[in-house]
Design a protein around this ligand. Structure first.
Ligand SMILES: Cc1cc2nc3c(=O)[nH]c(=O)nc-3n(C[C@H](O)[C@H](O)[C@H](O)COP(=O)(O)OP(=O)(O)OC[C@H]3O[C@@H](n4cnc5c(N)ncnc54)[C@H](O)[C@@H]3O)c2cc1C
Length: 437
């Protein structure tokens, strides 16, 4: 554990002692708070911003493992979330190889097992279901320190984040996203740039008729060029149509030109930059059409990053634990970030419910956290690695994967999907598979 990076003498306030403190009110933190509330376990969320994250201009696909996890968090939750978006029935994927378009592969999705929904709606629904007395805004976690049977968590707080508050807790959960301050102190590493830049936007399109008429209800259409020069998604997400465009950036020129180094929403010139990626490509007119129909101020442009897998998500003798993107941020391609955050919330709430029966003794917390790591880390390592291979960039693939034929790659993908979707069974691995043993 590295040391705190501020003057402890500057502490101006002491908050109440709490059993569980969740740093971060994103999808991981809120879904865990809800799962615990549902099991009568008290937890408090401390969110950095004065309000929940502004619109991310994206929709997320919550596939079968995510739906199962949501139901485990709170029965009926997946159905509430589906009402804000739509159930996906089929995913149509077209490959472009050697300048030619392969016949599309259509995957039918089992009914009510895949929801496509605005990210913002999921956040709002989770927040509305958590007791608002258990959510504190304008509290930015800046560090922690072991202290008699728990840890002291230090926050910058107040409207100007100019006060420092310390809160003692038995368990500090770092759900503070890919740029996690908890992970920074625990491990000290940084997110990795995956040499991909990504544009996306959500268009209000309630009758599927105002923009891009090619999409049908419950449909996701993906296009991929073998060399990752371009990848796109157009998806029906309730009253909205989502489009995504991704391109490789091996020279890092695109990334270096992004405002603030990471990107954002409505950056001047972002629409032209997105359209430029499609220059000279045949078979991409529908993607051009939907980007053309989008006003620049709602387009998100960003670098795609991930985190390297860790062997350990705990610190301070089991009193600090990482979950969600802070623990296992992964390439967005397979769309598993939120789904696995829901899995974390589901699994951890089951273990902590058990701990609450033994009055949160130090030993019972340590056992629960250890069990959580045993169940979750092997799974997430495999998923993070597979996600990185899916970038299609050799830099992020081991040699054995680069040498696979197209058919073999399809087999890996099928095994991955079968294993991941079987959640909560065979969480750590699938003994029947070749690649996910
Ligand atoms: C374009 C895009 C498309 C995606 N599509 C999908 C998809 O289809 N399916 C899917 O499953 N996933 C998808 N994901 C991934 C998914 O959105 C993330 O994995 C998920 O949001 C992670 O949740 P989190 O709570 O761990 O982190 P975040 O959502 O980043 O939340 C972290 C929270 O912590 C707060 N915070 C940060 N620092 C501090 C601090 N120091 N103190 C207190 N609070 C702090 C932040 O303000 C934020 O509210 C996508 C992501 C992107 C970017």
């Amino acid at each position: 554990m590295s040391s705190l990076e501020f003057d402890e003498m500057a502490v101006s306030e002491r908050g109440p002692d709490l059993d569980i403190v969740i740093a971060g009110g994103g999808l991981a933190g809120l879904s865990l708070a809800l799962a615990l509330q549902h099991r009568n376990v008290e937890a408090h969320v401390f969110e950095y911003h004065p309000y929940f994250k502004a619109d991310t201009a994206t929709a997320i696909g919550i596939g079968p493992n995510g739906v199962t996890a949501l139901e485990g968090i709170k029965s009926g939750l997946s159905s509430i979330i589906s009402q804000a978006g739509s159930y996906t029935n089929n995913i149509k994927l077209t490959y472009f190889r050697d300048g030619k378009e392969d016949p599309p592969r259509i995957t039918n999705v089992p009914p009510k097992k895949y929801i496509t929904v605005r990210w913002k709606s999921v956040q709002e629904i989770l927040a509305s279901l958590v007791d608002n007395k258990r959510i504190v805004f304008s509290h930015k976690l800046i560090g922690y320190r072991p202290s008699k049977g728990g840890v002291e968590a230090y926050f910058r707080c107040g409207n100007a984040l100019d006060r420092i508050k310390v809160v003692w807790t038995k368990l500090l959960i770092g759900a503070d996203g890919i740029w996690s301050a908890v992970r920074k102190q625990m491990v000290g590493d940084s997110p990795r740039y995956l040499n991909l830049v990504h544009w996306n936007a959500l268009l209000y399109n309630p009758d599927l008729n105002r923009v891009y008429k090619g999409i049908k209800e419950g449909e996701i259409i993906a296009r991929t060029m073998e060399n990752m020069q371009a990848h796109s998604i157009i998806a029906h997400a309730g009253d909205y149509t989502l489009w995504v465009l991704r391109t490789k950036d091996e020279s890092e020129d695109l990334a270096n030109s992004l405002v603030g180094g990471r990107g954002g929403i409505g950056i001047p010139g972002c629409k032209a930059r997105a359209l430029k990626q499609l220059d000279g490509l045949e078979g991409w007119d529908s993607v051009r059409e939907v980007i053309d129909a989008t006003s620049e101020d709602i387009i998100s442009e960003r670098k795609i990053m991930d985190r390297l897998p860790l062997d350990k998500w705990t610190d301070a003798d089991g009193h600090v634990l990482l979950i969600g993107d802070a623990a296992h941020a992964q390439y967005v391609g397979p769309g598993q970030g939120a789904r696995t955050a829901f899995e974390d919330a589901h699994q951890l709430s089951l273990l902590l419910q058990h701990v609450s029966h033994s009055s949160f003794t130090e030993e019972s917390i340590r056992d629960a956290v250890k069990r959580f790591e045993e169940v979750r880390i092997p799974r997430m390592k495999k998923m993070q690695q597979f996600a990185a291979y899916s970038t299609r960039l050799p830099k992020f693939q081991p040699e054995w994967f680069q040498n696979l034929t197209m058919e073999e790659r399809l087999r890996v993908h099928e095994e991955y999907t079968k294993w991941v979707y079987s959640y909560p069974n065979k969480q750590e691995c699938d003994p029947d598979s070749i690649f996910f043993k």
